[in-house]
Design a protein around this ligand. Structure first.
Ligand code: NAD
Length: 471
């Protein structure tokens, strides 16, 4: 049993004023592995005050100083790589292959930010005006449990690059990972108060931050429902808000696609992060005249997808993070069947051999209509829906017939045609034929998937205000 009983304020580990103890679990066994003492509204206010005190000096730092801080943060986190990797597996249940990527992504986020900072023009001449981009103040950073180190690192990296300060409230379910990250970042010798990290409940610490008058900006990553509540609260004090929310992303398989490549691409996009990914490609759009062949191919391929022990290198789908998340996934699998979708693979219950833990079967429905619940709502588990279509026009129409617009994927034989389809899809990011992620490109969603963009120059700019001086 591990106990996390400190939070990080003003450069120091301190005992929170809050006294609530919250259980931490290993999702692979469902057992309790630790406890975290949660901060409360008073802790949140102390952290905001520290960030506010640190702001004027941080805002005056040069590019070179911020760059050096970013490199120190990357190096500090790197030294705890092995321990963090273990915590990501133990507390979140990410399979080994995935967890290594998650930790390296977190370290890389600081170095990517340093590169973006180098190229960023904080002062520009526009006609007669000198335009300066100034850090906007204290940011509140609220993050989810599905990639805890990465979100803390990526958002903090942008704060440092912009010359702002922040209070971070990570998911209360990720406290073991947060503790390792915080201890590592503490070693980077960043001026006290520049970043503060407060464990706490969303409706306590998160709500206090989203309404606090000294918070200039809320950068929230999480569900669309919570994002909407934060936006309302933030409106009272005109906070700047970036929201990275949910998705129901289409994977458009064009009729000239090579299924030997398209099927692994669809499974990788759909089962990414055990299906607990905002960018998961959960609606697979398949041309009706090739549906049978696609179904046969994907049924064979999914039989080799292993859902089980996250420490086994052969595993690609780990357990769901919590009982609540397991129940949620089961309820959608039931709902899909009730609404008349055909179960092609998987289904309710645990996979064979998994007696305990929050394991689910990789599940694929076919003959799904885009108006069914499983095609409209974010499930956040490895449950995919195959939706047949007639012609590219209809494929684009179905792809765009959603409240969301975070991500999309296109598989096709003719690169120009695939790109033409991608250009018509309303989504913040689109990957064609398994192309790698580009870290410097903006990340964010259309429609209910969010507001604003993170990463690279867009991410820095989201923490700045423009000032024009004419003399
Ligand atoms: P969540 O909205 O329940 O919680 C996210 C964070 O918000 C947590 O730290 C939580 O404690 C806090 N929170 C909860 N209620 C709050 C309130 N009233 N005020 C302020 N903060 C509050 O989301 P989750 O279940 O942790 O994460 C899963 C969701 O996150 C999915 O919908 C997923 O799509 C989304 N997500 C989006 C992105 C993206 O980049 N677009 C990335 C990862 C996850």
């Amino acid at each position: 049993m591990k106990t996390i009983d400190t939070i990080y304020i003003d450069g120091q580990f301190v005992t929170p004023h809050g006294t609530e103890l919250f259980d931490l679990h290993n999702p692979a066994t469902a057992g309790v592995i630790g406890q975290v003492r949660l901060g409360d509204a008073i802790d949140a206010r102390k952290a905001v005050a520290a960030a506010r005190r640190a702001f004027p000096a941080m805002a005056r730092t040069s590019k070179a100083e911020r760059s050096a801080m970013l490199e120190r943060l990357a190096a500090a986190l790197e030294t705890r790589r092995a321990e963090l990797l273990d915590a990501v597996i133990e507390e979140y249940g990410a399979p080994v292959s995935r967890s290594a990527w998650m930790v390296d992504y977190a370290v890389g986020a600081f170095r990517e930010a340093a590169k973006a900072l180098e190229d960023y023009a904080f002062v520009r001449q526009m006609g007669t005006a000198t335009v300066t981009m100034e850090p906007l103040g204290v940011a509140a950073i609220i993050t989810p449990w599905n990639a805890n180190p990465g979100f803390i690192a990526a958002r903090l990296a942008m704060v440092i690059a912009a010359g702002a300060t922040c209070v971070i409230k990570p998911s209360e379910m990720s406290a073991l990972q947060t503790q390792i990250v915080t201890e590592a970042l503490h070693e980077a010798r960043i001026p006290a108060g520049v970043f503060n990290i407060v464990n706490g409940r969303g409706d306590v610490v998160g709500a206090e931050l989203s309404g606090h008058p000294d918070i200039a900006k809320v950068s929230f990553t999480g569900s669309t429902v919570t994002g909407r509540a934060i936006l309302r609260t933030a409106a009272e004090t005109f906070k700047r808000v970036t929201l990275e929310l949910g998705g129901k992303s289409p994977m458009v398989v064009l009729d000239d696609a090579d299924f030997d490549a398209a099927i692994p691409f669809a499974l990788a996009a759909g089962f990414n992060n055990s299906g607990q990914a905002c960018i998961a490609g959960t609606r697979i759009l398949v041309p009706a005249h090739r549906l049978k062949a696609f179904e046969t191919g994907i049924r064979e391929a999914v039989a080799h997808v292993r859902s089980g022990d996250p420490r086994d290198p052969a595993t690609t789908i780990g357990p769901m993070v919590s009982q609540r998340q397991w129940d949620r996934v089961q309820s959608y699998i039931r709902k899909g069947q009730e609404e008349g979708a055909i179960l092609l693979a998987g289904g309710e219950g645990r996979p064979e051999g998994a007696a305990e833990g929050w394991f689910v079967k990789p599940t694929i429905f076919t003959d799904v209509r885009n108006d069914m619940t499983i095609a409209r709502e974010e499930i956040f588990g490895p449950v995919l829906s195959i939706i047949p279509y007639e012609g590219d026009e209809e494929a684009v129409a179905i792809a765009n017939d959603t409240d969301y617009g975070l991500h999309a994927y296109v598989a096709g034989g003719d690169p120009q045609r695939a790109r033409a389809v991608a250009e018509r899809i309303l989504a913040g990011r689109i990957i064609i034929n398994g192309a790698p992620m580009e870290m410097t490109a903006p990340f964010g969603g259309f429609k209910h998937s969010g507001l604003g963009r993170d990463n690279g120059a867009f991410g820095i700019e989201a923490l700045l205000e423009a000032k024009a001086i004419m003399a």
